[in-house]
Design a protein around this ligand. Structure first.
Ligand SMILES: NC(=O)c1ccc[n+]([C@@H]2O[C@H](COP(=O)([O-])OP(=O)(O)OC[C@H]3O[C@@H](n4cnc5c(N)ncnc54)[C@H](O)[C@@H]3O)[C@@H](O)[C@H]2O)c1
Length: 442
């Protein structure tokens, strides 16, 4: 398709994923199965969604690939890094997300995806102890080694373009430090000085990806690219970045359900969300410092949809200081459920004359089944954004993310409202495709 706003999607697209665990192996297996016509990529916007372009008699509903040039599933080549040496087949079997019958037809291809040694520091994920780990003298050395991995993978697989995505364990919370994370110069200095407190391994992957011309996506809640130094780097190099944290189960429900309360001007006094989860992600998140990273990400969703400042009568009561509704999120590690997470939401709302009512949502979801299409869409749309010359934070990808990045140094607010996010997504596609952006409901 000819389009002057965006370069064509020619050649192989290398998708290199940090972490070859449950999400990544489910994602790769699904893509390979779909390529053979043996499975359907359900839940993927890039594969299914249709967007209206034009108005009135001229209106048409087109898939993304008809609006803009998208990379095809057949063009993808997979690579990965992991702390454990298991290849993608072994990892898919270990994860037990998919049944053997849905993995075996692509066994040969999965077995060829062998993880590159990880850039890892146990201080950032204490409960992992794999030995497929690089020997790095400093954080800068870590960056150099990852850069070499990307170059090697690109050459060996004859890739025209690379996208790097993080679907590895959640690291401990790294507080943005405005002496280190504020500028690219300071960030590089800290990497060279081997600052192992402020420079998480994930930052080395992100830096290396951008330095090699690859967009970077953060699928966990880590601060990694959510710092001004990384925004600066991605702007300077003309590359897109996106994050943070795949919006899969409970937060998807929250960002879609909270608008019902807000749009109808009902009150909220409390929202309690709890989960039981038994996969390795749940194990890592059982560690308080790692959970803190997730909690920050999960709490932010509601606050930007139901705003106490704007509507104190409706959203200004319920917590201990009585200036906002009570909002709590809990994740509990419970091995018997493995990847089949169960989430409960107890929502205390009120109506006319403050009379209380309750809503309960019980979502028995499958974590990686929900995350896999998000990983696919984020990779394909980041590749599109790069070809369209977009750089810096890609706010149109907020739709896929729990804690969407935004420039907090300028007082920008994240958009968490699912339907506003969908409008942003559609309009970005329209704009890149040379159509007029609009806000009509369809
Ligand atoms: N599944 C979901 O619904 C969902 C939603 C939002 C975010 N996430 C995030 O996605 C990530 C992956 O989830 P998962 O269920 O696949 O977890 P998982 O534990 O099965 O896989 C993560 C893998 O990352 C590897 N790893 C950790 N640190 C690494 C490093 N520095 N370099 C390379 N590999 C490293 C681990 O060895 C592990 O194999 C987690 O951070 C999780 O919080 C998942």
């Amino acid at each position: 398709m000819e389009n002057q706003n965006v370069e064509p999607a020619e050649g192989n697209l290398g998708i290199m994923v940090v972490g070859l665990g449950a999400v990544t192996s489910t994602f790769m297996t699904g893509v390979l199965m779909a390529r053979k016509g043996l499975a359907k990529p359900v839940g993927s916007m890039t594969q299914y969604d249709k967007i209206r372009v034009g108005k009135g008699a001229d209106k048409k509903y087109l898939s993304y690939g008809e609006i803009v040039p998208m990379a095809k599933l057949d063009d993808i080549v997979f690579g990965a890094w992991d702390v454990y040496p298991a290849n993608a087949f072994q990892s898919a079997m270990y994860a037990e997300v998919l049944q053997e019958k849905d993995i075996l037809p692509v066994k040969d291809e999965l077995e060829k995806i062998v993880p590159i040694k990880a850039a890892f520091d146990k201080n950032f994920a204490k409960r992992l102890d794999g030995d497929n780990v690089k020997d790095c003298k400093t954080r800068w050395d870590m960056v150099e080694q990852i850069r070499a991995d990307i170059r090697k993978f690109k050459a060996e697989n004859n890739c025209a373009r690379i996208v790097v995505a993080w679907a590895a364990s959640t690291e401990i919370y790294v507080e943005p430090n405005m002496q280190v994370h504020d500028t690219l110069e300071h960030l590089e200095a800290a990497m060279k000085a081997d600052d192992r407190v402020n420079i998480a391994p994930s930052m080395c992957y992100a830096y290396a990806a951008l330095a090699e011309g690859a967009p970077f996506i953060m699928g966990a809640p880590n601060t990694t690219v959510d710092i001004p130094a990384m925004w600066e780097m991605s702007e300077k190099l003309g590359l897109p970045i996106a994050g943070k944290d795949f919006k899969t189960g409970q937060t998807l429900v929250k960002s879609g359900f909270a608008p019902i309360i807000g749009t109808r001007c009902l009150g909220l006094s409390g929202w309690f969300s709890t989960n039981i989860l038994g996969n390795r992600d749940g194990l890592v998140l059982d560690e308080p410092a790692n959970f803190r990273t997730k909690e920050v990400s999960k709490l932010s969703t509601l606050e930007t949809i139901l705003k106490p400042d704007a509507q104190p009568d409706l959203y200004g009561h319920g917590n201990d200081t009585d200036d906002q509704y009570y909002h709590k999120v809990r994740i509990n590690y419970y091995p018997p459920r493995n990847d089949n997470k169960e989430g409960w939401d107890a929502i205390d709302i009120f109506g006319w004359m403050n009379y209380p009512m309750q809503i309960k949502i019980n979502f028995l979801c499958r974590d990686s089944i929900l995350a896999a299409p998000l990983l696919l869409d984020l990779c394909l749309l980041s590749d599109l954004a790069a070809r369209a010359g977009r750089s810096g934070i890609q706010r149109f990808l907020s739709f896929f993310l729990k804690a969407p990045m935004h420039d907090y140094t300028k007082g920008e607010e994240p958009v968490n409202h699912l339907f506003q996010q969908y409008t942003m997504l559609k309009n970005a596609l329209r704009e890149i495709g040379g159509y007029e952006a609009d806000e009509e409901i369809d």
